[in-house]
Design a protein around this ligand. Structure first.
Ligand SMILES: CC(C)(COP(=O)(O)OP(=O)(O)OC[C@H]1O[C@@H](n2cnc3c(N)ncnc32)[C@H](O)[C@@H]1OP(=O)(O)O)[C@@H](O)C(=O)NCCC(=O)NCCS
Length: 168
């Protein structure tokens, strides 16, 4: 079995992405049209983890505004004209294929940000993933009232985190 690798997501990967999302995030459901919109608006940030037998993970990222997050299962409509971060919407990998792959995805997104003149990565940590993201250089950020409201749709464990690329 060869090592799974990240490659750009294609429209034909959508059923696999939706199936993995439904399995990994049963309590945070999103419509496949919402994934498709991100792939259409910012294909560079949307990748799948390809293994011998098919897709075993995905990562979805798009330019956004720091301290703001799109609602779960909501359409972006359009990307901000002056984005100041790349926002990692989600990374999800089937359990058997975990171990080093989130790091690989984040390295790719970091390179993309630098190439686009963007100096910050952002994400919402859910479940108990905060230590994992801290290990990858993100720090939890205190949310203002508006951000707290936006975070509510991501569940009680949701924490907004930023990583400053200039400092690393
Ligand atoms: C999040 C997810 C994609 C991570 O995939 P992964 O391949 O296991 O992640 P990595 O091994 O690349 O982890 C990145 C780093 O965090 C470390 N790490 C992992 N779990 C950790 C933990 N509980 N505490 C501290 N560090 C941790 C890893 O050791 C690694 O550091 P290293 O490269 O220096 O060894 C995977 O666990 C997943 O799909 N989870 C379910 C969906 C999910 O929660 N997605 C995130 C939504 S915010």
């Amino acid at each position: 079995m060869s090592k799974p690798h990240w490659r750009p997501a294609r429209a034909s990967d959508l059923p696999a992405i939706s199936a993995i999302a439904a399995r990994i995030h049963p309590d945070l459901p999103e419509r496949s049209e919402v994934f498709a919109e991100k792939m259409r608006l910012y294909p560079d940030g949307c990748r799948v983890l390809a293994a011998d037998d098919g897709i075993v993970g995905y990562g979805l990222t798009h330019p956004w505004t720091q301290h703001r997050i799109p609602p779960l299962d909501g359409f972006l409509e359009q990307l901000p004209g002056h984005a100041d971060c790349l926002y990692v919407h989600d990374v999800a990998v089937l359990p058997d294929f975990r171990g080093g792959v989130a790091r690989d995805y984040v390295v790719a997104i970091e390179q993309l940000a630098r190439a686009s003149g963007i100096a910050t990565l952002a994400l919402v940590s859910v479940y108990a993933t905060q230590p994992l993201w801290q290990r990858l250089g993100f720090r939890p950020v205190t949310a203002d009232a508006e951000l707290r409201e936006e975070l509510a749709s991501y569940g009680v464990s949701a924490t907004y985190m930023l990583r400053d690329l200039a400092a690393t």
